[in-house]
Structure formats: C-alpha cells, structure tokens
Design a protein around this ligand. Sequence first.
Ligand code: TA6
Length: 281
Amino acid sequence: MSNALEIPGHLTRVPGNGGLLKTKVETPWSHAEIYLHGAHVTHFQKLGEPPLLFMSAASQFTEGSPIRGGVPIIFPWFGPRDGFPAHGYARTSTWQLTETHLLPSGAVTLRFSLPSTDALHVEFLVTVAETLHMELSVTNHSTVATQVETCLHSYFQISDIAAISITGLEDVSFTDQVASLTHQESLPIHISSEVDRVYTDTRATVDILDPGFKRTVRIEKSGSDSTIVWNPWIEKSKRMADFGDDEYPHMVCVESGNVAGNAVTLGPGEKAVLGVRVSSF
Ligand code: TA6
C-alpha cells in the first residue's frame, strides 16, 4: 500500500470498503475518511458527537457506481442526462491525491485532482479540523467559454426527520421537483413527505436544528447560488437499491452548488470555486 503523502498519527491510507483506497484523517477535534473514488468524503465526526455525515449501510463501494452518503461531488452536470450518468462523472471517477499537509493548528488538508481528458482542470481541497471545509475548483484552460453545474451533495446524519427543522431558506424561491412547481415558504422547513427542492439565487447559510442530537448543524457556503434540500421518504427509498428502506428518517441532504439557472459560465482561463463549511454546535 502506498504510504506516500501519509502523515504519521494524522493521515493514513488504507484499503476501504470494496477494496477502494481511502484516507483516514485524525485531528484533535475530529476524524474523517475520504476515498479516491469520487474524492468522496464518506465520514466526518467530531469527538463526542454522532457523525455529521450520513452513510447508507447499503451503499455500493465499486468502480463506476456512486457512493450513497457523505459528500458526492456533482460535476459537470446536476441531475439526469439522457445517455449519461446522473449527476455527472466526477463522483464515479478515481481522483488523485496530490498533496497533504498538517497545519500548525492541527488541521489536516488534502488536495485531490480529477484526471481530465478535456480543458477543465478540477481540484478538490478538504480541510479537516473542528469543522469540515471543502472547496471544489474548476478552471477552464480552453480558448472557449464553457458552462458547468457544480454541487457538493452533502448527506447529513440526523436523529429523526420528524424532529428536525431547517432554517435559512425562508422566503427563497424553490422548484419543487416532486410537485413540479415553483414556490416559496416563510417558515422553517419541516419534512413529513418526500422533499426535493432546488432553491436558486441564494447564498444563505443553512442550519439543521436537531433537538434529538442536541445540536445544530451549520452549512455555510461560498461561490454557490443554489441550495438543494432532499429526503427520499418511503416510496423513493424503496426504489433505491443502495439505500435502506428504514434509513430516510436518519438523513437529510442539504446540497450547495450552482445548478439550473445558476449554472456557471467559465470564460477562457477563468476559475470558479465552490466552498462549503460544515460545523456543529
Ligand atoms: O438531491 C437531489 C437529487 O437530484 C434528487 O432528485 C435525487 O435523485 C438525489 O439527487 C440522488 O440522486 P442519485 O443520482 O445520487 O440517486
């Protein structure tokens, strides 16, 4: 096993599920796991707390298939696309770990690069500390403008879907993907059925208030104009082979990106950076 880039006592590289190579990170505040497959953050947990990220017990860990949970990287398109994998190819590609650092603060940084066959250079920078900070950067090295969608499709572990509320998106217009209508609400989100909402033109910080775990999970973002909130509920859960029928009460996705009307146009040489910071208190 390659021990290049390892940091004794802080960062090790080991075979993970399905034999896929993963990086285990330990800091004074937290621990995390990231796979080369999709540069996928599959675990982030602060000492003394339940995990912050949800991971399905039924998830696949196989080449070519997305991991169900953690933080899938969605690029260069969001959602279905005829003849192509839903949510693009970044999350099912094998990325390269190019840099690791132990900062004086005790935080650990990891930089991943997406091997690309085109003029778009994609990197993913993860900083593990008391918070989890992720930055997805896309640089256009071609001579023509191009448009991409980006999203960090974060799955959060919660005590019970009936107990939580989600704030920060009040009065923001959203497309309801379930009911196929555009709407907005002035109250915090409470979930009691399938929810699949694409909020546009919002840079708001979102909080998941979880009285069952006695914590608030805060999702701050930069370089992102879209937020998606998703819970599959009962029937969709049953249709997903890589998701347990009884898992929907313990997860909610709050995804930060630039999708649909917020897609990013990159001129020649231009770079876009999508940043997300996950914290809890
Ligand atoms: O979370 C938004 C969404 O587009 C939902 O519609 C649902 O399909 C989810 O992504 C998961 O997509 P996946 O391709 O990972 O099954």
